[in-house]
Design a protein around this ligand. Sequence first.
Ligand code: PLP
Length: 351
Amino acid sequence: MIYNFSAGPAVLPMSVLNKAQQAVVDWEGTGTSIMSISHRSPEFITMAEQMKANLRDLMAIPDDYEIFFLHGGASWQSAMIPANFVGEGQVANYVQTGYWSQKSIKESELLYPTHVIASGVEAALNTNWPMDDNAAYCHFTPNETIDGVEFYDFPKTDVPLIADMSSTILSRPFDISQLDMVYAGAQKNIGPSGMTIAIVKHAFLEKSSHRDLPSMMHYHTHRDAKDAMANTPPTFAWYVASEVFKWLKAEGGVREMAKRNQAKSQMLYDAIDGSDFYANTIPEQCRSWMNVPFQLADPSQDERFIAEAKAAGLINIKGHRSVGGMRVSLYNAMPIEGVEALVGFMSDFEF
Ligand SMILES: *Cc1c(COP(=O)(O)O)cnc(C)c1O
């Protein structure tokens, strides 16, 4: 048995993969591969509508939010957001809690005045951020995939809030009506890379300025497109995501995922905290359920740890190159048995 703890592209449910294997050859009796069917065919459009309805249901997204399935990953949203939403005389506000929020800040800085209003773990622990009066929006990252910092305490404010939820979307319930926009690359908790989800409140969408933008960069282009497809979408990625949403519903939805994710991460944090050999230095209140970084007391053992874990079927646990150490990702499709195996291995390695 192999357990894949990759941070992304990440593990997918085995039942979805098995079904996709068949769909690659003959999708549900159409006689054609899911990759070779027209995105304008009735079958594909029905699938896409079902996918959107299931996501709306899973995340309890109210009717006054548009759901977009776009290209280009979360990184492309980092550029589209300032391009669309920073108006004349306005400034973009950002909260910097780690690697990915910093990347979004850099993109915004290329285009418009950008103000980092809070940073570090303190910003995750206290979300009473000092926003500018002329802020077009406040952007933050509720789960830092590399740093392992997660928070769901959203500020109460009139400034529109935008959350990069790439590595935490669908992992637990939250009240989306507190936010004006949520976006996520698919390859962490949803499906193949290449697909990006953006969920935007209609009233906020109206604020997208009408300055000249390349049409594919304008949210209105995607909103107004026939069948919500401004061009050919990554059809295979859409198909897999649609199957993951069905799987999520059958498994009990986001509430059930939250229970499992909390239990999985707690088991791992307990193992880390209960040992002098492993350490995670993130304050308990903002430790991530999805991505758990940890260090070995003796970093010279890192390579042997990774190699022996791999031999035991526990793969992709090496930390991001920017931080080193280990990082274990526990997305929805990671079963608790994977965490049990990892914790057992960690104990064997230590003693
Ligand atoms: C992975 C990730 C990104 C980058 O996603 P791409 O799809 O590669 O652009 C951005 N933000 C967060 C929080 C991520 O986890």
